[in-house]
Design a protein. Structure first.
Lengths: 84, 400, 357
């Protein structure tokens, strides 16, 4: 499974988005506010989930905010951190 | 929104990292001293060692020794209660003849957080019931009532970070309604690994000493302690007049109804609580000598508070004492009530420690140096998880 | 003393969901408890418990709205919505509504779920969502957020005295005019750890609950929520709460009258009832219908409200020997007021008096 597919599954299962399937999440859809409508509590939960599933740390929200914009940005962030 | 009759406060006790009693705490505040450090009693597995404001063992009074059967939060509550009663001139034995209520706010003090017990259980062990027994005997308000042998109503308020302020406001109402002759009211909470891990997971803790309202603030430091006030009925005051240090003249509370952890961005609940408290005492900004803000040091809280204070109480000096005590959760409202009434007596507030550089986003900034605050009223406010907002207004008493 | 008018009630527990179901149950035998799975030392014990089902919350909230809300807060939300629905107040404005919640143990399942995240994966993997929901006022927060109740909010955690204690303050808010209505509720849940403790404290004991077998341990754990919409109005759909008190047990404090005892099979608490209530009194106990839980008194309050509305208390099964001079209160014309009484094992009592007018 690609990072993006894995992330979509994590979002649906771990954040309990019961009304949607992973396939329905678009790569570039905003995760917060509009789009998926996640909020600040989901953001910090995602930080833990990213650490848990990918071993990648988001140190603070200065780093986190741009990374958590969409599936695309998050996948790119994870890939970059893993290579480093 | 209606007027509330003043209720006398005759004693105060305060035990936290800033000092073993209220006078010592004040000395620390006015000396501009603080030393948050990583916790001694436990450790967490984070690479970063977040500083906390821990109460050292030597700060506890000899009269309230450590007891394996007594949970730390209950011990803190009892110690602060003992100081408050002595300050009010009450021999505990005489209280048995009165209807004495106890209201204590807490967070950790009501949670079954015992990790050793649960670790053992979940890994297939059969842990003994001692921690459960302690928990069942550790309800803070019940523990205080039991220790001093008190017979009136008992209430442990679990309104998260506004619990202590709510406790004081509710106590005043109990007395106005004639439910009790005297009430011990405030808050108590202990540091524990579980809450440290919880707040860290929310990414609202600072790895540096906390900087309330500062441009570079990054979050809170946790703390522990207890602050308890003695409030008395008009009849008791009439029997022994001249003892009040302050009066509770206003109390307001409202819920943001917005989010589980984040405050309402426009301070909706806080504004409502402020309006109620000010209407209760007929006070306006001009009458308020100073505000003890919630000031946790998180980006969100301080922004909301600064904007709200600028709008509702423009020009009123304010500070956050959490730079000296850390965020003591359920105890905060009680500790800050004690510090507020003491500063009101003194007619001055210390510099708001941790504040160095103003944040352009924040229209109001706390005091940078010790500031004289003549004026008959002072206000303490608390904002909590779950969107609770609580405000208490004190008037100078007869003693000073 | 300000009387509180009960305008609506929402209840859920082992008996089912809603006031109508509760009343139907009270007319007959108590529902059997279900089984709570309690893992202990690698095995699975089955403990009888009166458990609540929150499926009907879907009538009021979408899955998306409740995705992060745990069982504890779901029970509270369902109780709250049912109470408002029962009062015909689902569309009424709520900016002058206060929320007061009593809980004995708080959200225990989530408290341990949070510890699971820490102990299972390490401190760095602590779940912020579980932590936020483990704070005891999470239920009040969720109720306020979903209902947009912007008045004051209070959560009280006082074990068996939680309901009486919280109601003392709730009453004052209405009396003082701080709010125009209060959504007053009580919630407690069962969980595996509670089950483990139960087995340790009361080995070999079991139900069914025999409320008046005061010298035996017959308690069965229960969970649920009981919510009430309270106002200052003279007219009440059910009746009025006319007195609330909390204090220390002193022998012979009360006698005579009609009493609904929250005697729930806990021997340590049961002994206080005959100490407190001497002489002749008409007594009933409905605890077999919802089980033993710190906020059990709130269910009694619902029963009392139904009783004063209808002029009758339900018959309790088999009170062949009531202690002392007590006589059974059920099944005959009701002598008001009905007083709900709960004693803890620490020498304290909580009292709530209910009358029609």
């Amino acid at each position: 499974m690609s990072i993006k597919e894995s992330l979509k599954q994590i979002l649906v299962e771990e954040l309990n988005l019961e009304d949607m399937t992973p396939e329905e999440i678009e790569d570039d859809a905003p995760l917060f506010g509009e789009g998926l409508g996640l909020d600040s509590l989901d953001a910090v939960e995602l930080v833990v989930l990213v650490q848990k599933h990918f071993g990648v740390e988001i140190k603070d929200m200065d780093e986190g905010r741009p990374a958590l914009q969409s599936i695309n940005t998050l996948a790119a962030f994870i890939e970059a951190k893993r290579v480093a | 929104m209606s007027r509330q009759r003043p209720v006398a406060v005759t004693g105060a006790g305060c035990l936290c990292a800033a000092g073993p009693d209220l006078d010592a705490c004040l000395a620390t505040l006015f000396a501009g001293r603080r030393s948050p450090q990583p916790p001694q009693r436990f450790s967490t597995g984070h690479p970063v060692r977040y500083p906390v404001f821990e109460v050292p063992e030597e700060f506890f009074p000899d009269s309230v020794p450590a007891d394996p059967e007594l949970l730390r939060t209950a011990r803190l509550a009892i110690a602060a209660s003992a100081e408050a009663l002595a300050d009010a001139g009450w021999q505990p034995a005489l209280l048995r003849e009165l209807r004495v209520g106890v209201i204590v706010g807490t967070t950790v003090g009501s949670a079954m957080n015992n990790e050793d017990f649960y670790r053992d259980y979940r890994s297939g062990g059969r842990p003994g019931m001692a921690p459960i027994r302690r928990f069942l005997r550790g309800n803070p308000a019940a523990a205080v009532a039991r220790y001093f042998d008190l017979s009136g109503p008992v209430q442990t308020v679990v309104n998260a970070c506004s619990s202590g302020t709510d406790a004081v406001g509710i106590a005043a109402q109990w007395l106005r309604d004639g439910l009790c002759d005297l009430v011990l009211a405030g808050g108590a909470d202990e540091l524990c690994r579980t809450t440290c891990n919880g707040f860290t997971s929310l990414m609202i803790t600072d790895s540096e000493p906390v900087r309330p309202f500062d441009r570079n603030r990054r979050g809170l430091n946790l703390g522990e302690g207890a602050g308890i006030l003695v409030l008395e009925s008009d009849e008791l005051i009439g029997q022994r007049p001249g003892r009040s240090r302050a009066s509770v003249v206003g109390y307001g509370g409202a819920c943001d109804a917005h989010h589980l952890t984040a405050p309402h961005p426009d301070g909706a609940g806080l504004k409502r609580a402020l309006r109620e408290a000010l209407a209760a005492c007929g006070g306006s900004a001009a009458d308020i000598a100073f505000v003890n803000a919630h000031g946790t040091g998180t980006p969100d809280n301080d922004r909301v508070e600064s904007r709200t204070l600028a709008e509702v109480l423009p020009g009123v000096p304010f500070l956050s004492t959490k730079g000296f005590t850390g965020h003591t959760l359920g105890a905060a409202g009680g500790i800050e009530a004690a510090l507020t009434l003491a500063c009101l007596e003194l007619g001055r507030i210390p510099a708001s420690i941790g504040f160095a550089e103003a944040d352009p986003e924040l229209p109001a900034t706390p005091v940078r140096e010790m500031t004289t605050t003549p004026g008959r009223l002072a206000l303490s406010q608390s904002l909590a998880f779950g969107g609770n907002n609580a405000v208490i207004v004190f008037e100078k008493g007869e003693r000073s | 003393m300000t009387r509180l008018a009960i305008q609506g009630m929402g209840v859920l527990g082992g008996f089912g969901c809603g006031v109508v179901e509760l009343q139907a149950r009270l007319a007959g035998r108590a529902a059997d408890p279900t089984e709570l799975v309690v893992p202990v030392a690698g095995e699975e014990l089955l403990l009888a418990a009166h458990q609540a089902d929150t499926t009907s919350l879907e009538r009021f909230l979408t899955k998306r709205q409740t995705r992060r809300i745990d069982h504890f807060s779901r029970m509270a939300l369902l109780g709250a919505y049912l109470a408002l629905e029962d009062a015909g107040a689902l569309e009424a404005p709520r900016d002058r509504m206060g929320v007061v919640i009593a809980t004995g143990y708080g959200p225990t399942r989530t408290t341990f779920s949070f510890l699971d995240s820490v102990l299972g994966d390490g401190d760095a993997f602590a779940s912020p969502t579980h932590f936020s929901n483990s704070v005891h006022n999470a239920a009040a927060a969720h109720v306020a957020i979903q209902l947009q109740a912007a008045g004051p909010s209070l959560t009280v955690s006082q074990f068996e005295m939680s309901v009486a204690s919280a109601l003392l303050t709730a009453r004052q808010w209405l009396a003082a005019g701080r709010v125009d209505s209060i959504l007053f509720g009580a919630v407690d849940e069962v969980c595996a750890v509670l089950g483990y403790c139960w087995e340790s404290y009361f080995p070999g004991s079991g139900g069914p609950i025999e409320p008046f077998a005061l010298d035996r341990q017959t308690a069965v754990p229960g969970e649920g929520a009981a919510f009430f919409l309270l106002t200052r109005e003279k007219e009440a759909r059910y009746g009025h709460i006319s007195k609330v008190d909390q204090g220390r047990v002193r022998k012979g404090s009360f006698s005579g009258g009609t009493w609904l005892l929250n005697a729930d099979g806990h021997r340590a608490c049961s002994a206080s009832y005959p100490d407190l209530l001497t002489g002749s009194a008409a007594v009933a106990a409905c605890t077999p219908h919802f089980g033993s839980l710190p906020v059990g008194q709130a269910f009694d309050l619902a029963v009392a409200a139904l009783a004063v509305r209808d002029g009758r208390l339900p018959v309790i099964s088999g009170p062949d020997d009531l202690p002392g001079d007590w006589r059974p209160a059920g099944g005959q014309a009701l002598e008001e007021p009905v007083t709900c009484l709960k004693c803890d094992g620490d020498g304290r009592f909580g009292l709530i008096e209910v009358e029609r007018s």
